[in-house]
Write a protein that binds this ligand. Structure first.
Ligand SMILES: CC(C)(COP(=O)(O)OP(=O)(O)OC[C@H]1O[C@@H](n2cnc3c(N)ncnc32)[C@H](O)[C@@H]1OP(=O)(O)O)[C@@H](O)C(=O)NCCC(=O)NCCS
Length: 433
């Protein structure tokens, strides 16, 4: 892939002196102080990671390579006949920082097509797993099983450190090209009576995923939107950070992505989109199929809080306003899902939950995050097996995680190794022992 790879290489060459200069000339400059509550409290807000792929402002939300979500959706070239951009073009943007031309996109798409064949042993492994295995476990197992394909791992001893990014780039494209097919295979095998639909080589990544899921348009646009929105959210969130941490040991993309998937599978992170739908179904079930009114909804929300559980899809570790990824999906729903009972439910939650969380006074951010809205779209278009939702999140997240790892290798980011302290050391620092 001459175009993208050459462009990436020239960007890397331009960027390297900036990192080298910061390290050599300004390495002692202090950018943050760390408190005991941050150390005990999950390292929240400590400024200790670097990425140029995306930046999350607490009030504004995410920017991918400097572009907000509405800008990304507006400026990237669209798939002909669709409202959404090519995922392939978005990956070009993540890697290079530049908006792609139609030609650039064609090249990435053709590269993905060439690399999309999934090895048979991966299919065999998936088929031997008990069918009630969680689809995230299946996805993670499929990805780590492919580790034997890693060009980086194969060539590691021969590679010059300056060229690590190149083999990592090849591994990333090889893996990304296969992920939609693996995900759709898991779906059709597990939930659709093993009726597998094979890829269509003429389709783009999002279109092909919808095709392999067996769902008509506009599900292709939903898939494009879904993969783009879930791709990256800076480096400190559990999935992105896990991928980065694993890769910092020079473990290859397959190990890092499988680990990323495992982190995403937690209910406080990506699995929240499944939890939202499960929670909604519970409420509807306990109302004998009726959608609750506003007062009944408030009671359910309070009951959930009083039982010590969180309201899934609300709150965020960094954001302090409604997640623009929620808003982008809500706009899609307002256009296509008007009148849908589950959307009405989600819409009512938007009205009811934030004031209750504010009144309860615990959550720092009472507003909805991406997961509050994503399940309802999937449900509407027939993907009602909500334990599958996080798998699609993972396919999207792999775009951001691999882009970050490629750049991490290019800029020579070292092994990650923060320092631990004992409780007694913290007590001494506090002056209480
Ligand atoms: C996302 C999340 C894990 C962030 O956690 P965090 O950074 O610790 O959030 P906060 O600092 O605001 O948490 C402070 C308190 O508010 C609570 N809180 C935060 N969000 C809450 C929610 N949606 N419902 C109920 N309580 C919530 C926390 O559990 C915590 O309680 P504690 O002090 O008893 O432990 C949290 O908001 C959450 O659990 N949300 C629901 C799950 C979810 O939607 N995850 C997807 C995130 S993209």
């Amino acid at each position: 892939m001459a175009g993208l790879k050459d462009k990436l290489y020239s960007k890397i060459q331009e960027w390297r002196p900036r990192t080298t200069r910061l390290l050599k000339e300004y390495g002692d400059v202090k950018v943050d102080d760390v408190t005991i509550s941050q150390i005990i409290g999950g390292m929240r807000d400590i400024k200790c990671l670097t990425t140029d792929i995306s930046y999350l402002d607490p009030m504004e939300g995410i920017r991918f390579r400097g572009f907000t979500i509405p800008e990304v959706l507006e400026k990237l070239p669209k798939v002909p006949g669709s409202e959404m951009p090519y995922v392939e073009g978005f990956y070009y943007l993540l890697l290079t920082g530049d908006l792609p031309t139609d030609e650039d996109i064609k090249e990435v798409a053709s590269e993905f097509r060439k690399r999309q064949e999934v090895p048979l042993y991966v299919i065999d492994i998936l088929r031997t797993m008990p069918r009630d295995t969680h689809p995230m476990t299946m996805l993670s197992a499929a990805v780590v099983a492919m580790q034997r394909e890693s060009i980086f791992a194969r060539d590691y001893h021969k590679l010059n450190k300056m060229d690590y990014w190149d083999a990592t780039y090849e591994d990333s494209l090889n893996l990304l090209a296969k992920l939609p097919q693996i995900a759709a295979y898991i779906y059709r095998m597990k939930y659709k009576g093993d009726t597998i639909i094979y890829p269509d080589k003429d389709l783009d990544m999002g279109g092909n995923f919808a095709h392999m899921m067996g769902i008509d348009t506009p599900y292709d646009d939903i898939s494009r939107l879904y993969f783009i929105l879930h791709s990256d959210h800076e480096s400190g969130n559990v999935s992105a950070h896990t991928g980065h941490l694993i890769a910092s040991a020079l473990s290859d993309i397959y190990y890092a992505t499988s680990g990323m998937i495992n982190g995403l599978a937690g209910p406080l992170h990506g699995l929240a989109n499944q939890e939202v739908l499960a929670w909604i179904q519970d409420v509807i079930h306990s109302m004998d199929g009726k959608i609750p009114n506003e007062e009944e909804m408030k009671t359910f929300v309070w009951n959930t809080l009083k039982s010590g559980k969180v309201i899934p899809g609300f709150g965020h570790a960094v954001l302090r306003k409604t997640d623009p990824r929620y808003t982008a999906q809500r706009e899609f729903c307002l256009k296509y899902l008007q009148g849908d009972p589950i959307f009405k439910f989600v819409d009512l939650l938007y009205k009811v939950v934030p004031p209750i969380l504010l009144e309860q006074g615990k959550a720092k951010n009472p507003w909805p995050n991406v997961d509050a809205q994503s399940g309802v779209i999937q449900w509407y278009y027939g993907v009602r097996e909500y334990d599958f939702y996080t798998v699609m999140f993972a396919v999207g997240r792999a775009l951001g995680v691999t882009a970050n790892i490629i750049w991490g290798r290019a800029l020579g980011y070292p092994l990650e190794r923060p320092k631990s302290l004992t409780t007694e050391m913290l007590e001494k620092a506090a002056g209480i022992v």
